[in-house]
Design a protein. Structure first.
Ligand code: GDP
Length: 526
């Protein structure tokens, strides 16, 4: 693999809300030299504000609802961190983002261990064999005993864990973190409790922590005993097992107090794979191939409200991309010149003159690029693996001002492309039906349609509860089913038909009555 490509690390952070993903992201960017930080709290407030400029709902609810990309360079490694929304209502966007990474950092709260959202996201990573580094955060607060935590996580996820760090005391007893990879200890500034990490002390023997001022015997003994027990009971690190997604190295740290953040960056540099080969329907594409290829995993409308632009986020899968290149938009079978591709740095954007496999570039366009689309230099490839999940809530959209129907359609089209909502058009006519995974998405939709497109809408109950894509091997049987259910069938934006069921019971009943029809809750895009 060309060195320019091999030095890229494209990853995401997965976690349950509140585990510390935002804080850790800020610290990774800080230690990666991408942002300056006057103080965590201030930076945090600023970040929220700037982001909210174009996303009012975030400001109102104080949550992060969109994913973006942050690129930074440290010690010769280029990190592409793909941000994923933490709220469970936005899982579809998260799943798509995970299709574009080569590794993931799983963050959890040391007091809580595995939580529902962590487990869900972990399962997606496992499906794709994404290697995972575990970061157990908030060890400066009262927490579970580290051994108990490791046991629980390993059992819960059926995953081998190897501790690479160990907390010396937790909560009020917190004194520092042992770095087990290079026998040293990270200590708080001035030995002060609750202070940020400030000092590294090399250790010729781990037991030397007993000699460090401020670490009393009880705390030292517990930590040393924990390390011994863990090392006796847990497997040793095996890079192959990690790369295959069966084993995860574990770091203990505090994102807030800067403990463990640099170790995490080092681990990504050292162990996480560079850009991985990607599967296309026709063949597997290697990152080192000459030809530029990539796929769209996300589309974001109105990133800049003044420009009403629509940016497609493209994960490059192979080759060296240069600005102004003419690429083949495979689905349309049309060439497109990529004249103003962008890189993202936290809040900022910059024109990308060149980019390599593993990088994410933003391609401004007017709706030609959709999620799941493949771009190549010449070959008619189609990358696979971008899912659509059946919605869990359905509503009918009601427009208050009939003159604005056109704007509404445009808004729904944009937001559907972003993955905020799915839009279904009944084949027998009538109002469009909107589907989402979680209630919050409806609120985001209403707010954005009103603010960004000037179309206030209300949402009313739909007679249907579930939507399922359906198909049949025999076209005559499919047609017969369609004819018998015209009032319950709609098409999605790709023209694929869905059956709308008024209840789970009804769906089951139809499944039994029409055994030749296959109903699916998952569909591959493109
Ligand atoms: P997210 O929802 O996963 O993005 O979590 P945030 O980064 O917003 O963190 C949630 C809360 O936990 C915030 O109040 C943070 O200040 C706090 N927090 C994050 N990391 C740490 C840590 O290492 N130690 C302590 N004590 N608090 C933390």
């Amino acid at each position: 693999m060309p060195p320019e490509i091999a030095r890229r690390r494209t990853f995401a952070i997965i976690s349950h809300p509140d585990a510390g993903k935002t804080t850790l992201t800020e610290k990774l960017l800080y230690f990666g030299g991408a942002i300056q930080m006057a103080g965590a709290v201030k930076a945090r407030g600023e970040r929220r504000r700037t982001r909210s400029d174009w996303m009012q709902i975030e400001q109102q609810r104080g949550i992060s609802v969109t994913s973006s990309v942050m690129t930074f360079e440290r010690n010769g490694i280029v990190y592409n961190l793909l941000d994923t929304p933490g709220h469970s209502d936005f899982s579809e966007d998260t799943y798509r983002t995970l299709s574009a990474v080569d590794a993931a950092v799983m963050v959890m709260d040391a007091a809580k261990g595995i939580e529902s959202q962590t487990r869900k996201l972990f399962e997606v990573c496992r499906l794709r064999d994404i290697p995972i580094i575990t970061f157990i955060n908030k060890i400066d607060r009262e927490a579970e005993d580290p051994l108990t935590l490791l046991d629980q996580i390993a059992a819960d996820l059926a995953l081998d864990l190897v501790p690479m760090a160990w907390p010396v005391g937790m909560g009020t007893d917190f004194r520092g973190v042992l770095d087990l990879m290079s026998n040293r200890i990270l200590l708080p500034e001035n030995g002060e409790r609750g202070a940020s990490f400030g000092r590294v002390e090399p250790l010729s023997d781990l037991a030397d922590i007993r000699k460090i001022e401020g670490i009393d015997e009880r705390i030292a003994d517990r930590a040393l005993e924990g390390v011994e027990l863990a090392q006796g009971a847990l497997p040793t690190f095996d890079i192959e097992a990690f790369r295959e997604g069966h084993l995860s190295p574990v770091f203990f740290g505090s994102a807030l107090k800067n403990f463990g953040v640099e170790q995490l960056l080092d681990a990504l540099a050292q162990w996480a794979p560079g850009p991985l080969p990607r599967k296309a329907t026709q063949r597997t594409v290697e990152p080192g191939e000459d030809q530029v290829t990539g796929f769209v995993f996300k589309v974001q409308a109105n990133m800049d409200p003044n420009h009403r632009d629509r940016v497609a986020f493209v994960r490059l899968c192979s080759g060296r991309f240069r600005r102004g290149m003419k690429l083949l938009h495979v689905r349309d079978n049309k060439p497109m010149t990529v004249s103003s591709p962008t890189f993202f740095f936290g809040q900022g954007r910059e024109t990308a003159d060149e980019a390599y496999a593993g990088d994410i570039i933003g391609v401004p366009n007017h709706g030609t690029l959709r999620v799941g689309d493949t771009l190549t230099e010449k070959e008619g490839l189609k990358f696979t693996g971008i899912p659509n999940f059946a919605p869990e809530l359905l509503r009918r959209v009601v427009i208050q001002d009939a003159m604005k129907a056109k704007q509404l359609n445009r808004a729904l089209d944009d937001l559907a492309e972003e993955g905020i909502v799915q839009v279904f058009t009944p084949i027998a006519g009538g109002r469009q039906i909107l589907g989402v995974v979680g209630q919050l998405q409806f609120e985001v939709l209403q707010s954005r349609v009103a603010n960004e497109y000037g179309v206030p809408v209300t949402l009313e109950q739909s007679p249907f509860e579930l939507a399922r894509w359906f198909s049949a091997d025999d076209p005559a049987k499919l047609q017969k089913f369609v004819d018998a259910h015209r009032g319950e069938i709609a098409t999605d934006r790709d023209g694929a038909m869905v059956f709308l069921a008024e209840s789970a019971w009804m769906l089951k009943y139809k499944g039994e009555k029409f055994p030749d029809i296959k109903f699916a809750a998952l569909r591959e895009r493109g």
